[in-house]
Design a protein around this ligand. Structure first.
Ligand code: NVA
Length: 302
């Protein structure tokens, strides 16, 4: 593995190895205390972040490495100087680049021109570090993700794209339910279909909440992602039937609910459910750090 900028770059075996390594780093942290010794990682953010920024920073420190945060003080990427030149400059000093960007194309350009690994910390299309932490969390909770029934309910976005792609590679049965007109793009559906066929998993997309069927875990995310200027009052009526709440958990038989956070309580998820024992939200948040550490250790030892 040279990059981690989209879910489909890793094979089933590579993803399973990353999850296994993430769990080992979590359980035996002292063993890895020097795993990133002498490594400097630039973390570059075009959008706000709490979990991603802190989990990379503290995670890298736990493994003996050094991280440097770059916010938007230099203005939008590609404006002051070419993305290509930013990438080539950073590669003069750093050992890896972690970047949260508006446009996936920017990550591709960075990966093409930087001679060091590039990691996607969220873009318009994918959020692979989140998905890896999510499948780590599901592995810990259910023992395996193969044949696990996982439904994503809400807005079709970067998080649902990564979940359905990574889930289909890993052999999880992913169902994506969104309001009409808010589903995943056709290219992602086609990819997930092929990946699910290859792994023997089932993959389904629908705009009818009654198609949800039996599930073990239900996942949701904000109805309006960063960079989308839609007003919540304009979509509320359309999205409310897709709220993840106790009634949906009972209807599907799901024992776990997941959210990448930040949560918009009483919109995509009820406060009671988010705060309940069924919620894996803070397990997922913690696992961001271990999963990302597994990615960095793997990329920097290759
Ligand atoms: N879909 C959300 C994820 C936030 C972690 C967004 O892009 O804003």
């Amino acid at each position: 593995m040279k990059y981690f900028i989209k879910d489909t770059q890793a094979s089933k075996t590579e993803l399973e190895q990353l999850i296994k390594l993430a769990i080992d780093i979590k359980q035996n942290t002292p063993k890895y205390s020097q795993a990133l010794k002498g490594k400097s990682v630039v973390t570059l953010f075009e959008k706000p972040s709490l979990r991603t920024h802190v989990s990379f920073d503290i995670g890298i420190a736990k493994l003996g490495g050094h991280s440097l945060y770059i916010g938007q003080q230099n203005g939008q990427l590609g404006k002051r100087e070419r993305v290509k030149d930013v990438a080539k400059n950073l590669a003069c000093w750093a050992d890896a680049i972690v970047a949260r960007v508006f446009d996936h194309q920017v990550l591709q350009e960075m990966a093409q021109h930087a001679s060091i690994p590039v990691v996607n910390a969220l873009c318009d299309k994918y959020h692979p570090c989140q998905a890896l932490a999510d499948f780590q969390s599901l592995t810990e909770t259910f023992g395996t993700v193969e044949n696990l029934n996982l439904a994503y309910v809400g807005d079709g976005n970067n998080v649902s794209n990564s979940l359905m792609l990574m889930g289909s590679i890993l052999g999880a049965n992913v169902t994506v339910i969104t309001p009409q007109g808010h589903g995943p793009g056709s290219e992602f559906i086609e990819q997930a279909d092929k990946l699910a066929t290859a792994s023997g998993a089932k993959f389904k997309v629908s705009d009818n909440i009654d198609d949800i069927g039996e599930q073990q875990a239900i996942y949701t995310d904000t109805w309006i992602s960063m960079g989308d200027n839609t007003k919540v009052e304009d979509i509320l009526n359309k999205f409310m039937p897709f709220q993840v709440n106790d009634a949906l958990m009972t209807k599907t038989g799901a024992s776990a609910v997941m959210h990448c956070q930040p949560a918009h309580l009483e919109q995509e998820i009820t406060t009671a459910l988010f705060d309940s024992e069924k919620s894996l939200a803070f397990v997922q948040a913690e696992n961001r750090m271990w999963a990302q550490n597994a990615v960095l250790v793997t990329l920097l030892q290759d």
